[in-house]
Design a protein around this ligand. Structure first.
Ligand code: CDP
Length: 254
């Protein structure tokens, strides 16, 4: 990589410190016809997650008589990236869908819903690195919003290495030109790691530092996930009332 990505004051190209997250906003319950949904803005990433089910699994030969399947489809829309992406699944999206499905399946009490499928759609509307983490973070809020019994939500974040330094939450430039990228996802309640991938190289000391940053950030993201759900249910009461009574009637009622 030519040029430095961390300046003499220890700040990164977007002004963040090495252990600083990008700004994250999470909103739960954004889609009326989904059983559960969430919208996440994470730096310049914009991600929508929708959950449908548990519903009868089709095709039927996929049904498991002992548990539900959790089937995630991660999709990047064509203009979410600077070079238009060819629509439809590719190797990358199939891989990401698989690892997210496996992580979610671990936390959902699938044995409560035999023969069904819990379908999770993740749409990347705008991408700027870390979309699998933002997608998984959104999907677990959407699952909770759908009222699906689960052990915990899953916060997720990428850690990496640039200019020989460990950094938290890589943005696009850092992801492209950095030395390592290490997305993780954890179960906060138990500390279990549900996703870990690694692109590039790190020493053991760097890896340990990366885990320290990653786990710390996951605690913060977990708090944002819980806050989003709390806000969702505070708002829903008001919306529910409005929906029941037509406008004139509401006016009459004052
Ligand atoms: O998004 P994430 O970091 O989980 O996955 P990645 O494969 O490491 O991709 C990093 C970033 O590269 C994405 O977030 C996009 O911003 C960008 N990308 C792209 O520009 N075109 C693609 N076809 C795929 C990814």
């Amino acid at each position: 990589m030519e040029g430095k990505m961390i300046d003499e004051n220890g700040l990164r190209i977007d002004g963040r410190k090495v252990d600083e997250l990008r700004p994250i906003k999470i909103e739960a319950g954004v889609l009326k016809r989904a059983d559960g949904s969430a919208y996440v803005e994470w730096g310049k990433n914009k991600v929508l997650a929708a959950v449908y089910g548990p519903r009868e699994c089709h095709p039927r030969h996929l049904q498991d008589p002992s548990k539900a399947l959790v089937q995630c489809k991660y999709n990047m829309i064509a203009f979410s990236v600077s070079d238009r992406k060819r629509p439809g699944p590719d190797r990358r999206s199939v891989e990401i869908s698989k690892i997210i499905s496996e992580a979610l399946e671990y936390v959902v009490f699938t044995e409560y819903f035999p023969r069904t499928s819990v379908d999770v759609y993740i749409e990347i509307l705008q991408a700027n690195a870390g979309t699998r983490c933002a997608g998984l973070t959104a999907a677990s809020v959407a699952l909770a919003d759908a009222g699906i019994p689960m052990k915990d939500m899953i916060p997720s974040v990428a850690v990496g290495k640039i200019d020989d330094q460990v950094v938290l939450d890589l943005c696009k430039e850092e992801d492209n030109y950095g030395q390592a990228d290490l997305p993780i996802a954890v179960v906060p309640r138990t500390g279990d790691i549900l996703l870990m991938q690694m692109d590039g190289h790190m020493t053991l000391d760097e890896f340990n530092k990366a885990m320290e940053y990653g786990f710390g950030a996951c605690e913060k993201i977990y708090q944002l996930q819980k806050d989003a759900l709390k806000r969702r249910y505070a708002v829903e009461d008001v919306e529910g009332l409005e929906e029941e009574a037509p406008r004139e009637q509401q006016d009459m009622e004052g």
